[in-house]
Design a protein around this ligand. Sequence first.
Ligand code: AN7
Length: 350
Amino acid sequence: MAAPWRGLLDSEYRPRLPVTPQTPSVTLHEGNTPLLRSAHLCARTGCDVWLKVEGANPTGSFKDRGMTVAISRATQAGVRLVVCASTGNTSASAAAYAARGGLGAAVLVPTGGVARGKLGQAARFGARIVEVAGTFEDCLRAARELAAHHPVALVNSVGNELRLAGQRTVAYEIVDALGAAPDVHCLPVGNGGNITATWQGYCRYGRGRPRMWGFQAAGAAPLVHGAPVAEPRTDASAIRVGSPATWAPAVAARDESGGLIGAVTDAEIFAAYRDLARLDGVYAEPASAAAVAGLLAEHRAGRLTPGSTVAITLTGNGLKDPDAALRDDYDPAPSGPATAEVARTLGLTG
Ligand code: AN7
């Protein structure tokens, strides 16, 4: 049997991560997530389509890849309190790794802007949660200013080499699993950190470079318009970002790879969200489904070369957003406890 997986810092990728022998490994055994072939997307596109299921990470999103590095280095540096702004997943991840490393965490989230599963995680991991009456951008500005003037370490990915280095590992894993880089890599784009890190990962690994296809929600698509969006709107709350902090590197990833950043409507996002679950048995959160919706839109537009190999990052777990799950597909049939009545309700008997 192969040695059990022990997390990114104790994996074959360690030499690629900014740690030293003195760095303690604060880990929940993140990484090594499933790469699943999607039969329904292969059939619909005529391509070889693979789903990188990042919702299988310990806190249910790709954020754990960078957080293990950031929190390990924070404990090495003697930090006591970490802070982040978040649309949800960063806060859940920061709170969990801070708990694991014995640090305090403060998370700044836009009031009413975060899926309930993510808030529940941050609360249970013991983070101090501040609900800011404003947007994600307001949270990020406040978090940056806090870190500049108080003894707290910012663990957002913007300009944070530790987070980006950890997030690059998703590309290493995909290349190792497929034997080479895919032709196209699709992923949702919010603040721009993940498209940046994933592209850097492929470039550094040196085993081929995909076109990077990033997708934003149509109501929150500043990188598509080329201008900030004052009031970003989408029910995919993770990517409700009107002014991405990692703007220029995200655009560079698009352009250097010969890729694109497109917009998909919420209707397209939620259709993809349902199909992934029903047809592939993969439960991803709505923001993640934007990448699938985008692939299908580009296929319809004739921009997807048949026979291409496509990797899609499904960035977060569907369990994080129970309200989205129950919004329109929840249709339970009421029945009394008698088996005969249950059978009748199911239409098994007359
Ligand atoms: C599921 O948690 O930014 O383009 O504060 O949670 O790197 O921002 C989350 C982002 C995609 C977008 N999918 O990634 C946060 C946060 C999911 C996400 C993104 C996020 P970036």
